[in-house]
Design a protein around this ligand. Structure first.
Ligand SMILES: NC(=O)c1ccc[n+]([C@@H]2O[C@H](COP(=O)([O-])OP(=O)(O)OC[C@H]3O[C@@H](n4cnc5c(N)ncnc54)[C@H](OP(=O)(O)O)[C@@H]3O)[C@@H](O)[C@H]2O)c1
Length: 249
């Protein structure tokens, strides 16, 4: 069977868990050589062991310019070019207005916004013309989120990165799209609340979704595969919602 990404080189930040790991597994299964990152070496080693195919793990904090430089030095040495970048690393935490701290703001915006910027900007010299860039947004880029405004604002910034960078990169035929998952069962979303409240949180999210359930990470990976694939050759600057209909109705 033809592999959709045969011969392609993909960098996926935050590829050790949840959505990023599912994307890395799917891309590798479709023939891509994948590079994944994360801040925890142990998680990185475990993720590499869970990905069948050509995979390299590089410990890197997306919010560090030095780490980005080191990451791309590894990619340049090993692969010489990049066809696909998925800026996935990130996360958030709950805090209602009035209880938001400067530290929470900085942590969220550093990983989600600065991290995405450094990931994409650092990749530019290695990106081939016609490459695909996928930025992980969220339904919160378009919807309000109670006690989740800092995260939501960071994802609204990501949505505009996709619009503006599609313009900045037009002379190279590089496509830039945002991918907005709805609630997805990952360690990240479960980590928003104490362990014994995780299922309750997922159930409350599922109740708001027209499909009546949260997503499996593999369903987000399917959308990420589409955006990276030749089938999306004329798809540029969009935000693709894989949200069970949550933000659509
Ligand atoms: N799950 C959802 O419902 C959902 C919905 C919409 C959007 N999203 C977005 O999808 C992306 C993945 O979320 P997830 O739920 O799969 O999260 P997750 O399970 O917590 O995984 C996050 C991954 O990113 C890495 N990471 C976090 N901050 C990083 C940093 N500064 N530098 C490098 N790696 C970093 C983590 O590894 P380390 O901790 O070891 O660094 C891990 O590999 C995020 O951008 C999130 O905002 C998720």
């Amino acid at each position: 069977m033809t592999q959709v990404l045969a011969g392609k080189v993909a960098v996926i930040t935050g590829g050790t868990s949840g959505i990023g790991l599912a994307i890395a597994q799917r891309y590798a299964a479709e023939g891509a050589r994948v590079f994944i990152t994360g801040r925890r070496q142990e998680a990185l080693d475990a993720a590499v062991a869970q990905i069948d195919g050509e995979v390299t793990g590089v410990r890197a904090d997306a919010a560090s310019a030095t780490d980005a430089e080191a990451l791309y030095a590894v990619v340049r040495e090993a692969a010489g070019r990049i066809d696909i970048v998925v800026a996935n690393a990130g996360g958030g935490s709950f805090a209602p207005l009035g209880e938001i701290t400067e530290q929470q703001y900085r942590d969220t915006f550093d990983s989600n916004v600065l991290g995405t910027l450094l990931t994409v900007q650092g990749a530019l010299p290695l990106l081939v013309d016609g490459a695909s860039i996928v930025l992980l947004s969220s339904t919160t880029s378009a919807l309000g989120g109670a006690s989740f405004s800092v995260y939501a604002a960071s994802k609204a910034a990501i949505r505009n990165f996709a619009r503006s960078w599609a313009l900045d990169l037009k002379d190279r035929g590089i496509r830039v799209n945002a991918l907005a998952p709805g609630s997805t069962r990952t360690p990240g979303i479960l980590g928003l609340v104490p362990e014994d409240q995780g299922q309750g949180l997922l159930d409350s999210f599922a109740a708001q979704v027209p499909l009546g359930r949260v997503a499996d990470p593999s369903e987000i990976a399917g959308a990420a595969l589409f955006l990276a694939s030749p089938d999306a050759s004329y798809v540029n600057g969009i935000e693709l919602f894989a949200d069970g209909g949550l933000a659509q109705v």
